[in-house]
Design a protein around this ligand. Structure first.
Ligand SMILES: Cc1ncc(COP(=O)(O)O)c(C=O)c1O
Length: 350
């Protein structure tokens, strides 16, 4: 079953949603870089999803997650991530704006300095989130610490629910069938803008972490039978079942809006060469990509996600994978608050 844009939007309009974003976000050409690189390079500004300066991809997902939490009469939303998680910060502000309490269990990949709280962690506090920092044990990975954080959060939810309080448990990155609808909708929005611009895009590049954005984009692409080739640059060590769980997620999201589950493993196209030394560890390629976009176009990327994804895109142009004259979109998923985070995250930018 392939739908036109109007039908796809109708299906999406039937599930619970709360308006949190300024949509559509802008999509514009990067004139100087396009000339320099020999392609037509556009940028989709999901760093401007709203409603404060620090937008990002998670706000699209949270329109559906918070919408469902309100419909289910929840009082609390719980979520997980690193201490500088963009997803956690966006959960904190969207919950505050929706009269819900946010509870964040955050794994300290980079130890926060209690006397100098920075960046997203500072914003979490301003948005009045209840914070629980989960310190990494010796030799413990981020993934294992996050599993512990999820267990602690789930126990906390059980305690609250025993007293009659309703809670929504939002997974890392908002990557479940509800949040993923945010990028089914995001993809349909991109295709609608492309039609208005009268451009057939060849590629869409983006950073992938939990995989929810990728799952939504690919589900959206399949739903409306788009020819845009979605390229997902990995920025977080993948779990063993990364692909299969994202196939499941993409299909559950399609079923959630009443469409057929049509995503298969080979629909995902992952680039694993730009993670660098690891999650929240800056890489030379990412720093160079951030500096290039800043100097050529005055646009800021971040060292954890978008810098690495943009480095992957630049590499594919330089190696000829992307042919000259191609029409390419870079999805800016936000994250620039990391520029004000701990030096260990920031890397060498000047
Ligand atoms: C700025 C930014 N870009 C990309 C991603 C990856 O998105 P996803 O977790 O949906 O794969 C994240 C996730 O936190 C992010 O904060």
């Amino acid at each position: 079953m392939s739908l036109n844009i109007k039908k796809a939007k109708q299906l999406i309009s039937l599930v619970p949603r709360v308006e949190l974003c300024f949509l559509p976000t802008p999509m514009h050409k990067l004139e100087r870089l396009s000339k320099a690189l020999g392609i037509n390079l556009y940028i989709k500004r999901d760093d401007f999803t709203g409603k404060n300066l620090f937008g990002g991809n998670k706000t699209r997902k949270l329109e559906f997650l918070i919408g469902k939490a309100i419909e289910d009469k929840c009082e609390y939303v719980f979520t997980y991530g690193a201490t500088q998680s963009n997803h956690a910060m966006q959960t904190a502000w969207t919950a505050a704006a929706s009269n819900l309490k946010s509870v964040l269990y955050l794994a300290a990949v980079v130890d926060p300095d209690e006397n100098d709280i920075k960046s997203n962690l500072l914003l979490d506090k301003i948005f009045d989130a209840e914070l629980h920092i989960v310190d990494l044990k010796e030799n413990e990975s981020f993934g294992d610490a996050t599993k512990r954080a999820i267990k602690l959060g789930s126990e906390h939810i059980r305690r609250l629910e025993a007293t009659g309080k309703k809670c929504m448990n939002i997974p890392v990155g908002g990557a479940n069938e509800i949040g993923t609808v945010g990028y089914i909708s995001g993809f349909v929005e991109i295709e609608e803008q492309a039609e208005k611009m009268n451009i057939d895009f060849d590629y869409l590049y983006h950073a992938s972490g939990s995989g929810g954005t990728m799952a939504g984009l690919v589900a959206g692409k399949k739903l409306i039978s788009s020819n845009i080739n979605v390229q997902s640059v990995i920025t977080l060590s993948e779990s063993d079942n990364y692909i299969s769980s994202n196939v499941k997620n993409a299909n559950s999201a399609l079923e959630y809006i009443g469409a057929e589950p049509i995503v298969i493993e080979s629909d995902f196209d992952l680039n694993r060469n730009f993670l660098g030394p690891g999650y929240e560890c800056p890489s030379e390629a990412s720093s160079a990509a951030i500096k290039l976009l800043a100097k050529q176009e005055g646009i800021l990327l971040d060292p954890v996600y978008t810098g690495k994804a943009f480095a992957g895109l630049l590499n594919d142009i330089h190696t000829g994978k992307i042919k000259s004259g191609s029409n390419v979109i870079f999805l800016h998923t936000g994250g620039a608050t990391a520029l004000f985070a701990e030096k260990d995250i920031l890397g060498d930018l000047f």
